[in-house]
Ligand binder design. Structure first.
Ligand SMILES: [Zn+2]
Ligand SMILES: [Zn+2]
Length: 454
């Protein structure tokens, strides 16, 4: 069985789970399906899952991530890493008090999808699920940041918001430990990139266990920090767990980090390279850096002055006493909400006002040729995703900043991410609510061009 996987920052990842033609190195009975080169093992599905859960259990115990009295919250996004983490943690520690946290970020067509998956997952694993609805609780959604100067850094804003919310959820639910799904590739990739920037402080913050900055905050742990990324995917597929199937519209066109790619290339010649780097960073560099830092400070530790944010009360070390989350949210208040969808009636009104409206059909070419909104250009979603920058530049040059771009498909799943990307590129763009059928119902014009080369 093949499995395609898409996640924020990763265009797609594929695993092909099929027999390797040899017996499993553990049970010597079943046919092996997973080849673990660094461990010189070829395992069957059952033995691989056992191996995966054993490693999680050993890691938690070795690094004393939590004890029997802790209430452990798992931050679940619906992506493969956190899905694998929740299932494996519960299997490794069936008696532990474990809960799942999900933040509904209000990312249209995406958060709803993930919420369903996470709900199904927590029911199956048998842990209580706590959902924090950003819109309900705080009155804004992640999409609103497209209106701010952060529109080119959506993933970083989103990360800051999520970090703040998880800390708050932990306090509300009484969780003493917060576990996240960072995997080996994330960890070493980020370490390598920080290393090249000479940012040793960031490397030391990638330790698998981070004690709370102020009392009462949860301890942060990463039980998968030594699990290769691809194995999370294998685990999810082999155990048939509910997992994310569509891309985040804001990561549309984002590429895998340069350093992660570099690591994959190095791995071809040396299957152990990720573990070797991890060990050099954590066992040599970080302790050395921390020693030097404490010497510089005259042996006084905890140099950062951490206080409570003046607005939300979460810990912050910023000089003005306002945390990075609140600073970003304040920008939204100035700008107001962002609109990403318009109804057919609103578009007809724009046309009546004489605005320059350009329609962009994001469906496949064959469909577009069958029937389209009158005068629409055809830019299929995949094509747009692959050539985003070039297309936005061309549209801006050809139609100018005053033109309004209306993207459409059937229901909005395909056209919404394109509208988001166009807005990020500084254009006025909206996705058409209800797609082409709603357009026709509202009396909008369509044309048919069967067989004609467009
Ligand atoms: Zn086996
Ligand atoms: Zn704050």
């Amino acid at each position: 069985m093949g499995f395609r996987y898409a996640k924020c920052g990763i265009p797609s990842m594929t695993v092909d789970v099929r027999g390797l033609g040899v017996k499993c190195s553990e049970c010597k009975r079943e046919e092996a399906v997973v080849d673990l080169k660094y461990a010189r093992k070829k395992l069957c599905g059952k033995c691989f899952s056992d191996f995966f859960v054993r490693r999680v259990k050993r890691t938690v115990e070795k690094y004393r991530m939590f004890g029997p009295k802790d209430r452990v919250a798992v931050a679940v996004s619906g992506g493969k890493d956190s899905v694998a983490l929740l299932d494996a943690l519960k299997k490794a520690f069936p008696e532990q008090d474990i809960v799942a946290f999900y933040i509904d970020l209000g990312i249209h067509h995406y958060s709803e999808h993930l919420r369903e998956k996470v709900k199904a997952l927590s029911e199956r694993v048998g842990v209580p699920l706590y959902v924090y609805d950003l819109k309900e609780r705080e009155g804004y959604v992640i999409d609103d940041f497209l209106r701010t100067k952060f529109r080119s850094k959506m993933c970083s804003v989103c990360g800051i918001i999520k970090r703040g919310v998880f800390t708050q959820m932990a306090a509300e639910v009484g969780a003493t430990v917060l576990a996240t799904g960072h995997n080996l590739d994330d960890t070493v990739g980020t370490m390598l990139s920080a290393f090249f920037a000479g940012d040793f402080e960031s490397i030391s913050r990638l330790k698998p266990v981070l004690k709370p900055l102020i009392p009462g905050q949860p301890k942060k742990v990463k039980p998968l920090f030594n699990t290769p990324e691809i194995e999370d995917l294998y685990y999810v597929v082999l155990n048939d767990l509910p997992v994310q199937e569509c891309n985040c519209p804001h990561s549309f066109g984002a590429s895998v980090s340069r350093y992660k790619r570099m690591l994959d290339q190095m791995e071809e010649g040396n299957p152990n390279v990720k573990y070797q780097l991890l060990s050099v960073f954590l066992k040599k560099l970080v302790p050395m850096y921390e020693r030097v830092k404490s010497l510089e400070e005259g042996g006084v530790s905890a140099p950062l002055e951490v206080k409570e944010c003046r607005i939300c009360g979460l810990p912050t070390s910023s000089s003005d006493g306002v945390c990075s989350k609140c600073r970003r949210v304040a920008l939204l208040k100035e700008k107001g909400g962002q609109k990403l969808e318009v109804s057919p009636e609103e578009v007809l009104e724009m046309l009546r006002r004489g605005e320059r409206v350009m329609f962009i059909d994001t469906r496949k070419r064959e469909v577009y040729e069958g029937e389209r909104i009158r005068g629409a250009l055809n830019i299929p979603r995949e094509e747009f995703e692959a050539n985003q920058r070039r297309i936005i530049k061309k549209l801006r040059r050809k139609y100018g900043k005053r033109a309004v771009f209306i993207t459409y498909c059937y229901a909005g799943r395909e056209s919404y991410p394109v509208a988001v990307a166009l807005q990020r590129g500084g254009l006025r763009a909206y996705s058409l609510k209800g797609g082409i059928s709603a357009w026709k119902e509202a009396g909008g014009e369509v044309e048919t061009l069967t067989g004609v080369e467009a």
